[in-house]
Design a protein around this ligand. Structure first.
Ligand SMILES: [Zn+2]
Length: 355
């Protein structure tokens, strides 16, 4: 498996890269930009590359007309070292993290898992506004990137709104998010929205790239992409952690249940003994794909969905949709039902077996 560092923009991001670097070159990039796309589609790497281009003192045109930063100037050197003085990152933090970093803003790029409970606080936004008010050291303006910007709490969002209403000419703000609908409408209306969500052409490019990166077959890649909800970097993480085997084993269990080779109560007991969420998200994505294939002639990819399709061949529409609803409800109830998750799973797997 390859572990070479990724170079952004990634193949499926070329169209948006051309569009946004074109706006930078014409000095028409809006002062506030929302960049959205599902978790694992490559948003933070894309924004880092775009900021590098925006701040570069001598941007260039490489082969095939692709705009790139020069890689030589002071700005590019600061970017590469992760300590550009005209750029800050703000992301959800806990109190302990704030104390460790002696503030809310990160200089340079920090790639880490974000606790889903964390928010972006008003103090962080105030620090960011102060930062944007200082003059730019390298004369290319100042940039702030808010990662997981849907986690701005109410006060933080309102503080940010003031900055968006009276933008400084030399400051650019990127709000990166996988859930743009969770941003306040007043914030959304003051930003230009660009999406990195993959269309079918981009997905085909991503699949080819994943095969190259992981050495996996087209079939295995198709299954990994399906279970990563079409997010290529998430799919790559599955392939590199050899989760393809885990995914196959998971589907084998589902098939064995259908064929009554396994007892649903025993599987429910096993899954709840292991703790954690028993990949119900995978189950849901698989059901979504087989539902599309069955009822809307959706494209068949990979080898997992054809196996499930065969197993569900005789199931009529009404019980089929009844089951998908039950699955959805199980996923919704999962976080609150710590005490009787086994019961929840028993009910789900019994319905699956007798569907
Ligand atoms: Zn440069």
């Amino acid at each position: 498996m390859s572990s070479a560092p990724l170079t952004f923009p990634l193949p499926w991001q070329q169209r948006q890269w051309q569009r946004l670097t074109g706006l930078v070159a014409q000095q028409r990039l809006p002062h506030a930009v929302i960049l959205s796309g599902s978790e694992g589609c490559g948003k933070s790497g894309f924004v880092e590359a775009l900021v590098g281009y925006l701040l570069c003192c001598a941007p260039q045109i490489a082969a095939e007309g692709v705009a790139i930063p020069c890689g030589q100037c002071d700005s590019c050197r600061f970017m590469a070292a992760g300590n550009h003085t005209d750029l800050v990152w703000l992301q959800p933090q806990s109190k302990a993290e704030e104390e460790r970093s002696k503030g809310y803003l990160d200089v340079g790029m920090v790639r880490r898992e974000i606790d889903p409970q964390r928010e972006i606080s008003v103090n962080g936004v105030r620090e960011l506004i102060d930062f944007l008010g200082l003059s730019a050291r390298l004369g290319r303006g100042k940039v702030a990137v808010l990662l997981h910007s849907e986690r701005l709490n109410y006060n933080a969002a309102n503080a940010l709104l003031k900055t968006l209403e009276e933008p400084s000419a030399s400051a650019t703000l990127f709000l990166v998010t996988s859930e743009p609908d969770r941003l306040l409408p007043t914030i959304r209306s003051r930003c230009q929205h660009y999406t990195l969500q993959l269309d079918s052409d981009a997905l085909a490019q991503a699949a080819a790239w994943l095969q190259l990166q992981s050495g996996a077959t087209a079939t295995v890649v198709a299954d990994a992409l399906l279970l990563a909800a079409d997010a290529p970097l998430k799919a790559l993480a599955y392939l590199e952690a050899d989760r393809a085997a885990a995914i196959t084993a998971y589907v084998d269990t589902l098939l064995a249940l259908r064929e009554q080779r396994l007892n649903p109560l025993a599987v429910a007991a096993d899954w709840s003994a292991k703790g954690g969420e028993p990949h119900l998200g995978w189950f849901y994505l698989l059901m979504l794909a087989v539902t599309r294939q069955r009822f809307t002639q959706g494209q068949v990819v990979g080898q997992l969905t054809p196996q499930l399709q065969a197993s569900l061949a005789t199931v009529a529409a009404v019980p089929w949709f009844g089951f998908t609803e039950k699955l959805q409800l199980t996923i919704e109830r999962w976080p609150q039902r710590r005490a009787n998750r086994q019961l929840l799973l028993e009910e789900l797997l019994l319905s699956w077996q007798y569907l």
